[in-house]
Structure formats: structure tokens, C-alpha cells
Write a protein that binds this ligand. Structure first.
Ligand code: ATP
Ligand code: MG
Length: 562
């Protein structure tokens, strides 16, 4: 545990300190990428608890993804020690679930209600026809709720019961929301119920990184925070600690035409005169682009460790790069395959986040069923999952003609391994574990420490940072993305530009953008032009990279082992 008190604020810059130590009342922190939003948010919670006698159990910290919530929890543990456990940290959905569990009857639900999975929803829908009232009745009869209802039911409940509103306001007197630019209408309504207009609501975000409007998020809520909450204090953080000066300059110019932040400024805290420009590669084809990535990865990882580039350090960071320092980002999932293949052919380890759902893997449903029906087993979930897996593996080891559904013992063992990280995250909360399975928890293949190049979509890369970033397929039609029937209005293009901005600002030390002259899209091979978004960036910030030598063969890693 770190030293709390003033020493704690010493780790922040002047503006971060102003934000972290601001008095109660509504507080909006408008902060660009890499300005230390999470750092500021966690330090504020720690400061309030350590200095202003706020009780950790009065604090509620909300984010949008499970991974972000875990990151918050982890950083709070580091700052506050064991009492951090008393802070409620979660996603909007987990908050809704908590409220429903505490008010099951009032919400018209049965004890032990669960979230319907796709199959259950489809069955109920088929039976109900197009009668929405009937749909809900049938769902309830089976003790089920829809995922959306984790938010709409608590809102309805609070709207009709002022005393309940007061109770929650009394409990969570301090509310913190990260990535506030991605709030949607129901989440916003829930927040307004949980926080009075003059409440201690701290919202942090960056309107220029709003990239989820296709899911109903509305950056308008961010922009009108001061109208909704009385005497809101506004703090801006402008110092970027993440990216080198050329990367940051390119990013700021790229967002300028669509920026939602008046006088957008991002000042580089890192001022290394030797920092490389942004690499730009014009590939002839998708295969050529993939070769470029392989070649450059190979040079960076194989080369930097024995060549003394930048005399071995960039702004105090070691330049000995490993595969885990490198990310390849793209607009659409379908762009990953050629790059994964090319990297794999060169024996470069890769990890790509899988969007497969855990519950679709063989053996997972059997374990979930076993856990649900295991009578009165208490204790930590990882152990319970192992135990259930053991029982099932033994049972399925003897082939039977009954309902084992073709599950093999090795499927069950694999399922146990896949479920263990989720079980660990849920502690001993079985209902949370089962709800997360039902709501589509993914087979999360990304391990930040794994010695592998990471491949991610731009959406999935939000909030992350890497020393080296490749942004591939920066072409008109891909970024901004266009498909038959896609909206082409200004707002849609602006959101695509924000995605480009998110991509550029993931990079710390080296950034490469590339585009191919031909690509297979919409059923045929087409000519492609570079993205118009590139035109907003001063050409002097780019270094054109080697079309001269043609594709060189990467050194063979296996041969080098001999
Ligand atoms: P994004 O908008 O991309 O989510 P962010 O605002 O959340 O960015 P962080 O990820 O919290 O930014 O911080 C970016 C990097 O800068 C991190 O590596 C963080 O440790 C570092 N950093 C932030 N503030 C400081 C500081 N005062 N001194 C040194 N490093 C800092
Ligand atoms: Mg962040």
C-alpha cells in the first residue's frame, strides 16, 4: 500500500491535483487521451477517503466494461489497501443487477432470477408472437429478465419509490463515472436518480473519444453536464504523458476538424528531440501491408536490443522492445486474418481478442448447470468450478447414450480453464458469475503480459496504450468505414474520425499508419485511396517508409535458434 495523504497527491501534476482534491459537488473532468484520467479518478477516491473522512462504502465508481472495472479495482487496491474492497466498483449493468437483487420483490421478480440467454429469449419470443406485454409475462414465469432490463427495471423502480431513491443517495454519497462521453439515455437516467443535482458526482471523459453512438451512447449528456448538475466545477487536463511529441501533434491535427472540445489542447509531457516521426507506408496490396508489419516488428524486436538506437532509452524508458509492446489496430475484424497469417508464418507470436462467447464452448453449459444445482456448496468460485469440472469429467469419461450432449472429458477440462479467470473475478458471487456467462462474457484471449503481438479493433483498443502501434487499412471506405446503406452524414464521419483519433493516441513511442492500393471488399478486389483523415495531418509529421527494396523476407526465427 502506498503512502496516503499529501504524498499521494505528489504523484499528480498541478491540474490533476486540482481535480483530485476538488471539494464535493458536481465535478466534470474533461481530459484528452493519455492525460491520466484513471490515475486522477483513483487518486481522488483515495484522497477523499484518506483526507476528508469519506467512507469507502459511500463511494460508487462506474465504468463501461468489465476490464475497465477490474483495472479501477486493481489501482484502488494499490492506493487504499484492503479498505478498497468497500468501494463499490462496477459496470452500469452490474450496478443495475445489484439494485435488482436488493429489491427483487418490489421489481416484480422472483428470488434467484437470472438473465435470459439467446436461446431462452428466442423460445419466449416464438411463443409470445408479437405481443410485448405477453413476452415479459412468459419471461417472468421462468424467472428470467432481459439484459436491457438490468437498467430499465431499476430506473422504473426508483421512479416510483422516492424513499428508495433517498436510501441509495444516502448510501452512495460519492459517485464517479469514467468514460462519461459514452453514457446512453437509460444510464443517464439512472445516474440522475442516484445523484441529486447538487450531488458529489464526478464525471470524467473525453468527448473526442465518443465512439459508441451506434449502441445508443450520446455525447450530448457530457456536453450538457453543467446544465444538469448545479454549480458544476469544470477541470481540464491537457498534459499528455503517453505519447511522443510527433505522435501527439499528428493526433491533435487529425481530430481538429471534428473536435467537440473548444480549443482542444494536448501538451506533450514527453519532449524527446530524437523522437521518430510517424511512419507511413503505402502498400501495393493487403499482402504487402502484412509483410510491412512483419518486417518492421522483426526489425524492432530483433534490432533494438543490439543496436543502440536513441542510446537505449526513450524518455527514461528502455527501448528494448518485446512482442508484448506491439499492437496492430484495425477498423474491422475481417482485416486481422492476413496479418495474423503473415506474423504466424514468420514465427512471431500473436494474440487476438476473441469475440467468442464462453457459453458457446462445449462443457461450459454443463458446468454452469452443475454449479446452479450443486446443493449448498459454499466458497470461492474457482474451487467450485474445478470441483464441478472434476465431477463432470468423471461422469462423461464413461460413454453413455444419455444426455451428455456429446461432451468429452477434455472439453470439460478446457471449459474449467476458460471459466477460471471469470470465476476468480466473481469471487464467491455465483449469481454474478452466471449472469456474466448469460450476458455473453467472452473467451478473453488477451493477456497484457503475454509475449505476443496484440491485434485489436479500434473500438477494443480504447483506454489502452502500447509502446508501438500499427494502424493498418487507413483507407477511404474503411476509415471512415462505408458499406452499402451506411449513414454518410457528417455525424457518422465525425465518429469515424474520432475512432482514428483513438487509434493514433494509443501509441507511446512509435506509430505506423499504412494503407493498401488494392483490397478485397464487398465481393470484389477494388482500388483504394488513402483515408481523407490523413490529409488533416501535416505531411512533415510523417516519414514515408521503404517502398524501395520491395518486400524483404523476415529473418527466420527458427533458424536463429540453432
Ligand atoms: P485514455 O483517454 O486513452 O483512456 P487516460 O486519460 O485514461 O487516457 P491514463 O491511461 O490514465 O490516461 O494515463 C496515460 C499514461 O500517462 C499512463 O501510463 C499513466 O501512468 C501516465 N501518467 C498520467 N499522469 C501522470 C503523471 N502525473 N506523471 C507521470 N505519468 C503520468
Ligand atoms: Mg483511460
Amino acid at each position: 500500500m502506498e503512502e496516503v495523504g499529501t504524498g499521494l497527491l505528489d504523484r499528480l501534476d498541478a491540474m490533476q491535483r486540482v481535480a483530485a482534491s476538488a471539494p464535493g459537488g458536481p465535478l466534470l473532468i474533461v481530459a484528452g487521451p493519455g492525460t491520466g484520467k484513471t490515475r486522477t479518478l483513483t487518486h481522488r477516491i483515495a484522497y477523499l477517503c484518506a483526507e476528508l473522512n469519506v467512507f469507502p462504502e459511500q463511494c460508487l465508481a462506474i465504468t463501461f466494461t468489465r476490464r475497465a472495472a477490474e483495472e479501477l479495482r486493481h489501482r484502488l487496491d494499490g492506493l487504499l489497501g484492503p479498505v478498497a474492497e468497500d468501494v463499490t466498483v462496477g459496470t452500469f449493468h452490474s450496478l443495475g443487477l445489484t439494485i435488482l437483487r436488493e429489491n427483487t420483490q418490489a421489481a416484480g421478480l422472483v428470488e434467484g432470477f437470472r438473465i435470459a440467454d439467446d436461446a431462452e429469449r428466442a423460445a419466449v419470443r416464438a411463443e409470445a408472437g408479437d405481443d410485448p406485454a405477453r413476452y415479459t409475462t412468459l419471461l417472468r414465469k421462468q424467472g428470467l429478465v432481459d439484459l436491457d432490463e438490468l437498467l430499465t427495471l431499476p430506473v422504473a423502480l426508483l421512479l416510483q419509490d422516492r424513499r428508495l431513491v433517498d436510501r441509495y443517495r444516502e448510501r452512495w454519497r460519492w459517485i464517479f463515472v469514467d468514460e462519461y462521453q459514452d453514457v446512453d439515455a437509460v444510464q443517464y437516467e439512472l445516474l440522475r436518480l442516484l445523484s441529486p443535482p447538487d450531488g458529489n458526482l464526478c464525471a470524467i471523459g473525453d468527448p473526442d473519444q465518443a465512439i459508441y453512438s451506434f449502441r445508443g451512447a450520446d455525447v450530448g449528456y457530457f456536453l450538457r453536464f453543467s446544465q444538469d448538475f448545479t454549480d458544476a466545477r469544470l477541470v481540464r487536463l491537457n498534459r499528455n504523458y503517453r505519447s511522443s511529441a510527433p505522435i501527439l501533434a499528428a493526433a491533435v491535427q487529425a481530430i481538429a476538424p471534428s473536435s467537440l472540445v473548444r480549443g482542444r489542447r494536448l501538451d506533450p509531457a514527453r519532449l524527446d528531440p530524437e523522437a521518430p516521426l510517424v511512419g507511413r507506408y503505402a502498400a501495393t496490396s493487403v499482402a504487402d501491408e502484412a509483410d510491412f508489419v512483419v518486417r518492421t516488428v522483426d526489425e524492432l524486436v530483433g534490432g533494438l536490443s543490439h543496436r543502440s538506437l536513441d542510446s537505449g532509452r526513450i524518455d527514461g524508458r528502455s527501448t528494448t522492445l518485446s512482442f508484448s509492446d506491439i499492437a496492430v489496430l484495425y477498423r474491422t475484424d475481417s482485416q486481422a486474418a492476413p496479418i495474423v497469417d503473415a506474423l504466424a508464418r514468420a514465427n512471431i507470436p500473436v494474440q487476438k481478442r476473441s469475440h467468442d462467447r464462453l457459453r458457446d464452448r462445449p462443457g461450459v453449459t454443463a458446468i454452469a448447470r452443475e454449479l446452479r444445482h450443486a446443493p449448498g456448496v459454499e466458497g470461492a468460485l474457482p474451487a467450485r468450478v474445478r470441483l464441478a469440472g472434476q465431477v463432470l469429467a468423471d461422469r462423461f469419461a464413461i460413454p453413455t447414450l444419455d444426455g451428455s450432449g456429446g461432451i468429452r472429458p477434455e472439453d470439460v477440462r478446457t471449459a474449467v480453464d476458460l471459466l477460471t479467470p471469470l470465476a476468480r473475478r466473481c469471487g464467491d458471487d455465483l449469481e454474478m458469475f452466471l449472469s456474466q456467462l448469460a450476458t455473453g462474457a467472452e473467451v478473453d484471449a488477451i493477456d497484457p503480459r503475454a509475449e505476443a503481438v496484440t491485434l485489436l479493433t479500434l473500438h477494443a483498443a480504447k483506454g489502452l496504450e502500447f509502446p508501438v502501434v500499427f494502424l493498418v487499412g487507413v483507407e477511404d471506405g474503411l476509415l471512415p468505414l462505408r458499406w452499402p446503406g451506411a449513414p454518410t452524414d457528417e455525424a457518422a464521419v465525425a465518429e469515424e474520425r474520432r475512432l482514428f483519433f483513438v487509434g493514433l493516441t494509443r501509441a507511446q513511442d512509435r506509430l505506423y499508419v499504412s494503407h493498401a492500393a488494392r483490397r478485397f471488399r464487398h465481393g470484389s478486389e477494388r482500388d483504394c485511396r488513402p483515408s481523407p483523415f490523413i490529409d488533416a495531418v501535416d505531411p512533415g509529421l510523417f516519414e514515408r517508409l521503404g517502398d524501395s527494396a520491395g518486400p524483404r523476407r523476415p529473418k527466420d526465427r527458427q533458424l536463429r535458434l540453432i
